[in-house]
Every structure is written in structure tokens, then in C-alpha cells.
Design a protein around this ligand. Structure first.
Ligand code: SAM
Ligand code: DTB
Ligand code: SF4
Length: 321
């Protein structure tokens, strides 16, 4: 039986099989036709509830199933979130994303506090994004009413590879939450991770699932696995940066209007590999020293990275930091 992803999957596989320059050239052409190439969105990221998560995602340092030495933290006080949002706005972030290590939020005082966090972030003039796990239709509506702009909920990998990575939830549960979010009028941020032992076909199938959503996700984060000691994926082989560039290219071509976010794993990439990802169509990054629990490049390195795109770089002979 034909599923909505199938035509997208054939297209993705055909693109992925192209010679590198042909793929890169086409991706950049599509990128230029739909976006300002120097417009790279900066998103701040804050873990508002850390560790002790009941899910068993094999990549995740926050899962209670693995001993990663991470210190658990209860839901953050509202004032701390407000302060972090203020700092992010002062540092030029456009969007403020808050993540919680939950399977799904419980209605009650903690969910009410998250609604207040959304209001506080909006009051600083930032776009507000959350990632809290699965949502009911009612929770999605309450978040929208509080002013939430976007909800991050990654499909993470292909349907076929999914149960080798996560056993405590299904792919269809992920898709149901995405539907609930969309129905409530919140934009969708959904992407995945590469470097988890998946095949090229799995990568294509992930992008095909995302591209088949109607409408397509407004943001597509592409994460490079950060192998974390204590998780089942700690010993995963590193991804060839050119395969990451290919992944960005195919995402850009299949989803021409989306923001493709070069997400986790940038500390493992050279400046040149990141620039190639921007050329391929990535136009968003997380800024700030930490992601949720892992390291991100330092802000001064990112400032230098972005200014090296604009023509205002130090000039001939000056080595970047
Ligand atoms: N608990 C919620 C959920 O799973 O939807 C929200 C937080 S969860 C940490 C958000 C995303 O972070 C995951 O979907 C995954 O894509 C990404 N992530 C987690 N650990 C990672 C790692 N070690 N390397 C790369 N990405 C990771
Ligand atoms: C996404 O796709 N990547 C971000 C965000 N959405 C929430 C999270 C990356 C987490 C990396 C591992 C960590 O810092 O714990
Ligand atoms: Fe929990 Fe999200 Fe980590 Fe999975 S990815 S263990 S759901 S915090």
C-alpha cells in the first residue's frame, strides 16, 4: 500500500544518490529562491526541567534508564526563565526554546507554570518554543492561548529504525502530537538525529515523513548525535561531515520554505563544515554555551562564524578564533 511518504522517499533517495556537487548546487539554488542567504536565525535554548525522564531514548543523557551522571533538576522557577529570556533577547536571539525531560506534561500547577513561562518569553519580544513530550489536544490549545509560537517534537529517525532507538513510545504517537499541535494553530518544529547507526535510506525516510506533513514543518532541526557516556549510543561512529551536508541539502530541497536548523553536534564540526551546511540551506542555529545538557560552541565563536559569512570578516590572513 502506498503511504503519503512514499513519493517523497523516492525523491529523497534520488537526491541523496546525486554526485555531491550536483546535490549541493541544486540545494543552494532552492535555498536562494526562497530565502535570504545571510538570514540565519539564532535560537536560545534552556532546559527548564532536567533529567529523570521515563522514556528510554537511546541517545539521551536525560533518560532515567541510563546512568550518565547527570544531575536532575525540578521545573525551574518562573523568574529564572524570565531572566534567561531577557539575556537571550539582549544577545540577539529571535526565538527562545524551552525543553523539559518529560514523556508528557501533567495538567496542574507545573503545566500552569509552563504557561506563565510562555507569557514571560513573549513579554521579552521573543518567539516562544517548547518541547515537553506528548501533548493532548487540550494542552496544545492552552499553550497556543498563552502565546506559544512553535512546538518542537522530533520524529528523530525513520519509522523502520525507530524501535531500535526508543521502545517506550511509538512513531504514530509522535505523529499524533504533531497533529494536535498543528490543529491548535502552533507552528511545528520537527526533525531528527543522524549518527545513530541508521542507513542512508533511514535518513531519506525521516526527511520524507517530515516533507509529507501538510503543511510541512516550519522548522526542521537536524541534530548530529552527541555520543554521551552511559547511553547505549555512547560508542557510535562519528558521521562524515559531508553526509551531514547531504542531509541538509535534501531537507532544503524537499522542504523549500522551512527553516533548517543545524542543531546539536556543532562542537564536532569545523567552521568550514558549518559554512557548507549554511550554503546547503541550513538557516538557523542554537546559540549559547549549552544546549539542554551538552555543550554548544561558545557565543564568540558563533559570532565570528556568522560574521565570516557577511563580508565583514577580519580580512586576508587573519585567522578566525
Ligand atoms: N522530552 C522531549 C522529547 O523528547 O520530545 C523534549 C526534549 S528532548 C531532549 C529533544 C530532542 O533533543 C530529542 O528529540 C533529540 O532529537 C534531541 N537530543 C537529545 N539527546 C541528543 C543527543 N545526545 N544528540 C543529539 N540530539 C539529542
Ligand atoms: C532539537 O532538535 N535539538 C535540541 C532541541 N531540539 C530541543 C536539543 C538538543 C539536545 C542535545 C543534547 C543535550 O543538550 O542534552
Ligand atoms: Fe526524555 Fe526527550 Fe530525552 Fe527521550 S529525548 S529521554 S523523551 S528527554
Amino acid at each position: 500500500m502506498q503511504t503519503p511518504r512514499d513519493p517523497w522517499l523516492s525523491r529523497a533517495e534520488a537526491l541523496m544518490a546525486l554526485p555531491f556537487f550536483d546535490l549541493l548546487y541544486e540545494a543552494h539554488r532552492v535555498h536562494r529562491a526562497h530565502h535570504e542567504v545571510l538570514d540565519v536565525q539564532k535560537c536560545a535554548l534552556l532546559s527548564i526541567k532536567t533529567g529523570g525522564c521515563p522514556e528510554d531514548c537511546a541517545y539521551c543523557p536525560q533518560s532515567a534508564h541510563y546512568d550518565t551522571g547527570l544531575k536532575r533538576e525540578a521545573l525551574m522557577p518562573l523568574a529564572e526563565v524570565r531572566e534567561a529570556a531577557r539575556t537571550a533577547a539582549a544577545n540577539g536571539a529571535a526565538r527562545f526554546c524551552m525543553g523539559a525531560a518529560w514523556r508528557q506534561p501533567k495538567d496542574g500547577p507545573e503545566f500552569d507554570r509552563v504557561l506563565d513561562m510562555v507569557r514571560a518569553v513573549k513579554a521579552e519580544g521573543l518567539e516562544a518554543c517548547l518541547t515537553l513530550g506528548m501533548l493532548t489536544p487540550e494542552q496544545a490549545v492552552r499553550l497556543r492561548e498563552a502565546g506559544l509560537d512553535a512546538y518542537n517534537h522530533n520524529l528523530d529517525t525513520s519509522r523502520e529504525h525507530y524501535d531500535r532507538i526508543i521502545s517506550t513510545r511509538t512513531y504514530d504517537e509522535r505523529l499524533t502530537t504533531l497533529r494536535n499541535v498543528r490543529k491548535a494553530g502552533i507552528t511545528i518544529c520537527s526533525g531528527g538525529i543522524i549518527g545513530m547507526g541508521e542507513s542512508t535510506r533511514d535518513r531519506c525516510a525521516l526527511l520524507a515523513e517530515l516533507a509529507a506533513l501538510e503543511p510541512q514543518p516550519e522548522s526542521v532541526p537536524i541534530n548530529l548525535l552527541i555520543p554521551v557516556e552511559g547511553t547505549p549510543l555512547a560508542a557510535s561512529a562519528p558521521v562524515d561531515p559531508l553526509d551531514l551536508v547531504r542531509m541538509v541539502c535534501v531537507a532544503r530541497i524537499l522542504m523549500p520554505h522551512s527553516r533548517v536548523r543545524l542543531s546539536a553536534g556543532r562542537t564536532a564540526l569545523s567552521r568550514e563544515a558549518q559554512v557548507m551546511c549554511f550554503f546547503a540551506g541550513a538557516n538557523s542555529i542554537f546559540v549559547g554555551d549549552t544546549l539542554l545538557t551538552c555543550l554548544n560552541p561558545p557565543p564568540d565563536a558563533d559570532a565570528a562564524l556568522l560574521s565570516s559569512l557577511t563580508g565583514s570578516s577580519p580580512g586576508a590572513g587573519a585567522a578566525p578564533p
